[in-house]
Write a protein that binds this ligand. Structure first.
Ligand code: AMP
Ligand code: MG
Length: 390
């Protein structure tokens, strides 16, 4: 058995960043930049008013000062002339500040009679002018790799970047194995259950930027598994679920080997999730996850998502860990690294009382996987523990 860290090291050698593709900005949210993008203009492209009011020439402004209104500047329609001493231009938010003006007086701070305004107050000594280029300048960069957030997309749009170069979606094929499984919505026989893992994993993978495909369930026969692997062709990563331990009906390892899988390892010292296998299979990486629903999902967080991040060019790193203080005492841990379903809030963490790896209701309630290292000694309430946020 190898450690989680060693397993991850192997897994990182099985995948590499995928080719870049160019997509329209409107389709780029959540995608990972493969090439940096550059601003194609200054923003604002001119000194702009940040208020509705009057543009004047007069840094030292006194209450009672008055000005002649000589024109108007609106957003999209600047004032062509120049503002001289004693003159003002009616101006609106987003309009270019006219030549000669060095300050905007808010309309709340003046009274107006015909074309004459008089200053009645000064709510602030702000000039209410956004200097040219104060947000960004031509050539300012957003560097790759970076997962594009909604504000990033807004920024790129403002930079007049209409297309970006991103990593293509990793294609993942998900294969459930087992005679006991039917798809959600089907009519299960008396000895059957619903395949849940592929659905949970698809949701997890798609949210991470992959495109996961749920294949038909493979029965516990060589033939059926072979068909499933055939259907998986074209995937960058083939994930099997179940059939990977040592039972009479656990055929995934044997069938994958027959199909030329070069196995990188089998079995990891972790709980839940011990029977894990991985290798290369033709053009694809192959990962065999345990069948127990919670094990499969935990392995998804610990192994699958870091592999996806490598394919997206985000680097080879384990799942990010946070820290919180334990709310209870705990007895000595086991010999395998333990990923315990837990609830984390306000810097404190409480493991769920039931840790059976078949209990999806417990996993769905949990918001953290609390990590106990292999061979962990007894723990006291208040100890700091690592966890992975779910
Ligand atoms: P196995 O590794 O095939 O022995 O499966 C271990 C346990 O996980 C068994 O109780 C299976 O019924 C269950 N299991 C396997 N695959 C799935 C799946 N896709 N969805 C839900 N449960 C599964
Ligand atoms: Mg099985």
């Amino acid at each position: 058995m190898i450690t989680v860290e060693e397993a991850l090291r192997h897994l990182f050698t099985l995948v590499s960043p995928l080719e870049p593709e160019t997509v329209a900005l409107a389709e780029a949210g959540g995608r990972v930049l493969a090439e940096g993008a550059q601003a194609r203009r200054d923003q604002p492209p001119f000194a702009a008013s940040s208020m509705d009011g009057y543009a004047i020439n007069g840094t030292r402004l006194c209450i009672g000062d008055s000005f002649d209104v000589i024109g108007e500047a609106a957003a999209g329609h600047g004032f062509a002339g120049e503002v001289g001493i004693g003159q003002a231009v009616r101006i609106f938010t987003g309009a270019p500040v006219p030549k000669g003006a060095d300050r905007i007086v808010m309309q709340e701070d003046i009274t107006r009679e015909a074309d004459r305004i008089t200053v009645t107050g000064a709510s602030s000594d702000n000039t209410h002018i956004r200097p040219e280029g104060s947000d960004f300048r031509v050539g300012d960069r957003i560097d790759a790799p970076r997962r594009l957030s909604p504000p990033d997309i807004a920024l790129l749009a403002a930079m007049n970047v209409a297309e970006v170069t991103v990593r293509r979606h990793p294609r993942v094929a998900l294969i459930s194995t087992g005679d006991e499984l039917v798809m959600p919505g089907d009519d299960p026989g008396p000895d059957q259950i619903i395949a849940s893992n592929t659905y949970g994993l698809k949701a997890m993978l798609d949210a991470a930027g992959a495109k996961a495909r749920i294949l038909p369930i493979a029965r516990d026969t060589k033939r059926s598994l072979e068909t499933a692997f055939e259907l998986a062709q074209g995937a960058d990563l083939v994930v099997t679920i179940g059939g990977a331990s040592v039972g009479d009906h656990d055929l995934v390892g044997a069938v994958a080997a027959d199909l030329g899988m070069e196995r990188a390892f089998y079995k990891v010292a972790m709980r839940p999730g011990k029977p894990l296998m991985a290798g290369r299979m033709g053009q694809a990486a192959m990962l065999g996850l345990p069948g127990n629903p919670v094990s499969a999902m935990v392995c998804g967080h610990v192994f699958l998502l870091p592999m996806i991040r490598v394919m997206l060019g985000l680097g080879a790193r384990p799942a990010p860990r946070l820290r919180a203080r334990l709310t209870c005492d705990m007895e000595t841990g086991g010999p395998r690294e333990h990923y315990m379903r837990a609830e984390a809030a306000d810097g404190r963490i409480t493991p769920e009382p039931r840790q059976d790896s078949a209990l999806l209701s417990v996993l769905a309630r949990a918001n953290a996987l609390m990590i106990r290292p292999a061979g962990d000694g007894p723990r006291r309430a208040g100890d700091e523990m690592d966890y992975i946020a779910l």
